[in-house]
Design a protein around this ligand. Structure first.
Ligand code: C5P
Length: 404
């Protein structure tokens, strides 16, 4: 894994209570050998002092863009060029929104616009703010623009609430950062990756059907992560209310049978297949062409098994590298291992469903990755963060398998 040793890091601090953790973050970054310069937004000064940060970083702290002293030392363009990466921690809802619009209203935003280095955000805000559509839109825009997001974590918040939106602890944040700057192994061709996502809809009649609570978020974030790693990504999506990640080819389907057909029409050219979709296991034997009437007091619907799309891909004569998901309410590891063997998969990403704030329809998730030589816990973390971790691991495992 690549280290931040000798890297030039601008630590951007925005105004949020989690800013009190940043002197500790500076120390931990320096422990790992990084050169750290701190830039604060004007609001950050309310939560932590520039003096403390100057003492721990050993460097002058910059706040104002029009600061004659600062600009005479290293002007903001030189500072943006100096950085190997920018880490904004905490990233408040306000700076997330400013960055999403490309604002240059303060020094930190200006540096993010002026730099060619990657910018990492460690969001920290109240769980309701983190869950608001406006914040989700902004984060999704930033991910599309190439920003990287670390966390947030789930847990107790300064406002007294519990949920998602907590800034990651310094050591966890640095570990994730190092994982994310570690490029996946170089591949000498563009890999074709196919991902299924979302639920399926098994129609009973023109207005009713059998479906489930999958939002599609995990599959869409995984598609985005592989696309951002330079793969060519086809996303076969059940009915979802999500924007297509930029650069991803999306094929919309409704039922499991449609999904099966779309997958098998396109499967021959792919190297990696990831089944994230919550495919309905059964479909009605008959779909009525007209809306059914409620005449009888009871009704029996006969269902038949749907084909297992993932298992059908994994049992092709020359299968791609296959990754399955397993959503379970208990015995996570046992079910994951049995799915790995039964469906002949390379990796299974198992997650517990039915827990508050994690899994189906939630912003966050936690995965247990099981493979022949893999047994690793990822998260809890945002689905975007988990997807990038998963992407790095899958590409590494794919390379290992294909180099032997
Ligand atoms: O056996 P189970 O449904 O728990 O397996 C889940 C995994 O299998 C997921 O990766 C899901 O996308 C895939 N699957 C599938 N086709 C089905 C059922 C599940 O591709 N009919």
């Amino acid at each position: 894994m690549e280290s931040i040793n000798s890297k030039n890091i601008i630590l951007g601090i925005s105004g949020g209570i989690a800013a009190y953790k940043t002197p500790e973050l500076v120390r931990r970054l320096k422990d790992r050998g990084a050169n750290v310069r701190v830039v604060m937004t004007p609001n950050a000064n309310e939560f932590v002092t520039a003096l403390s940060l100057q003492a721990v970083s050993g460097m002058p702290v910059r706040t104002e863009i029009l600061d004659t002293e600062g600009e005479s030392g290293m002007d903001h363009i030189d500072l943006a060029r100096w950085a190997d990466l920018i880490l904004i921690a905490p990233a408040s809802a306000s700076i997330v929104s400013r960055l999403a619009t490309g604002s240059a209203s303060d020094l930190l935003c200006t540096l993010c616009l002026a730099t060619e280095a990657p910018v990492f955000l460690a969001p920290a805000m109240n769980r309701v703010m983190w869950g608001k559509p406006a914040t989700k839109r902004n984060v999704s825009q930033l991910l599309d623009d190439g920003f990287l997001v670390l966390g947030p974590g789930v847990g107790h918040q300064a406002c007294g609430e519990t949920g998602s939106g907590r800034m990651l602890d310094p050591l966890d944040m640095i570990k994730l950062l190092e994982e994310q700057i570690s490029k996946p192994p170089a591949v000498n061709k563009i890999l074709e990756v196919m991902i299924t996502a979302g639920p399926t809809w098994e129609a009973l009649d023109p207005v009713r059907g059998i479906t489930n609570a999958s939002s599609g978020k995990m599959g869409y974030e995984i598609a985005r992560a592989f696309q951002q790693h330079g793969c060519s990504v086809t996303l076969i999506s059940g009915p979802c209310n999500l924007d297509t990640p930029s650069g991803v080819r999306r094929i919309d389907v409704t039922s499991a049978a449609d999904m099966f057909n779309a997958v098998h029409t396109n499967v021959s050219k792919i190297q990696i297949f990831i089944g994230v979709a919550a495919v309905a296991d059964y479909r009605p034997v008959n779909t009525e062409s007209q809306k059914m009437k409620k005449n009888a007091s009871e009704m029996t619907i006969t269902l038949v098994r749907n084909p297992d799309i993932l298992a059908s891909v994994a049992s092709l004569a020359e299968p791609p590298f296959c990754v399955g998901f397993a959503a379970e309410t208990e015995n996570l590891r046992n079910y994951a291992v049995s799915k790995l063997n039964k469906k002949k998969l390379d990796l299974v990403a198992a997650n517990i469903v039915g827990q508050e704030n994690l899994g189906f329809n939630a912003e966050d998730n936690a995965l247990l990755l099981i493979g022949k030589d893999t047994d690793q816990q990822l998260g809890p973390a945002s689905k975007a963060t988990l997807s990038r971790q998963l992407c790095t691991i899958v590409l590494k495992k794919y390379e290992e398998k294909n180099s032997t």
